[in-house]
Design a binder for this molecule. Structure first.
Ligand SMILES: [Zn+2]
Length: 331
């Protein structure tokens, strides 16, 4: 297979070598609105890393709706994703998005993870799990092959997905468990955020949740990620607040977890990061930001989320909120 390291969109492609063992897949898990988009792009400032964005949404938003890639081109026009499709499947026309979406609806759900983890599946369902996982793993391997990256990031966050990816026993899967104070996450989900990448709606916005629902989802998603450890999947927890305080140190720690030794990286400062174009297929619109940004923790929730709501969210999420170090001191 050919290894192309240049293409015409201007987005920097990583250098390095995938090696004989294939790429490491670094899956970012947790609940959305935990600051993971800028973290993902910060990790991708390392030349050995390629970030793909939220691959879980590729089937509908990219293949069916042709939403905008992180490089600014529509998915179908992006040379990187065209190459990935050709290498992974012989072209995207060989993939039936409706089939993948149907499998996703049936299998890729938090409620399914206990059955999957315990192997309580029929033979036909096991075959479907392998098929579903293969759509993702082919993309990861093709992206590594094309770019020469040794680490591929999927920031899907959907916590049930890595449980299914275990069906490919040859995949070097590691999970970055991103957590953020549940009260901050609850506040973030109440805000209106536009989705400029949408090609089907003129004024599309990201979905919003009321704080009690976000609190329940926060607990559920984090528990599903925690459930990976007993299944033998390496998991590293990164707190948004720590990363926002010490971005370089936390990125270095996460990359070491992915098997990458520290190397000079002038795009990553002690409290800033120089974001470049990426080929993230989907994700928070923050992925379209370019240039140097100063990283700092967004603490607006402390003044903007009503006290009563803060207490409610803290109550619902209490055990994990305490376990993750969010109670007792200001983090
Ligand atoms: Zn692109």
């Amino acid at each position: 297979m050919s290894r192309t390291r240049r293409h015409s969109t201007g987005a920097a492609l990583p250098q390095g070598g995938a090696g004989d063992t294939g790429p490491t897949t670094l899956f970012i898990g947790g609940l959305g609105r935990s600051g993971t988009t800028i973290l993902e792009l910060s990790l991708a400032t390392d030349s050995r890393v390629v970030s793909l964005g939220e691959v879980t949404h590729l089937w509908r938003r990219s293949l069916l709706d042709n939403e905008t890639c992180g490089c600014g081109l529509g998915f179908r026009s992006c040379p990187f994703w065209t190459q990935v499709g050709e290498l992974a499947f012989g072209g995207w026309q060989e993939v039936d998005p409706a089939r993948v979406i149907a499998l996703k609806r049936r299998l890729d759900r938090s409620i399914q993870t206990p059955r999957i983890g315990l192997g309580l599946l029929s033979r036909s369902t096991r075959a479907e799990v392998r098929e579903y996982a293969s759509y993702y793993t082919r993309i990861y391997r093709a992206a590594a092959e094309i770019t020469g990256a040794s680490v591929v990031i999927d920031s899907s966050k959907q916590a049930s997905l890595p449980h299914l990816l275990r069906a490919d026993e040859t995949l070097d899967l590691r999970v970055l468990h991103c957590v953020r104070d549940s009260r901050a996450v609850a506040y973030s989900w109440t805000k209106t955020v536009s989705r400029p990448e949408s090609q089907t709606e003129r004024h599309a916005t990201m979905v919003r949740y009321p704080p009690p629902l976000t609190a329940a989802k926060w607990v559920q998603h984090n528990l599903v990620v925690e459930g990976l450890r007993p299944r033998g999947v390496p998991v590293l927890r990164v707190r948004y607040e720590d990363w926002a305080r010490l971005p370089r140190a936390e990125v270095t720690r996460a990359l070491a977890f992915a098997g990458l030794e520290e190397q000079p990286n002038d795009r990553l400062g002690d409290d800033s990061v120089d974001l470049g174009p990426s080929h993230t297929c989907s994700g928070n619109p923050a992925r379209f930001r370019h240039g140097v940004i100063h990283v700092r923790s967004d603490e607006k929730w402390r003044s903007q989320l009503p006290r009563r709501t803060q207490r409610l969210v803290a109550g619902v999420t209490l055990p994990l909120l305490a376990a993750y170090g969010y109670l007792g001191r200001r983090t």
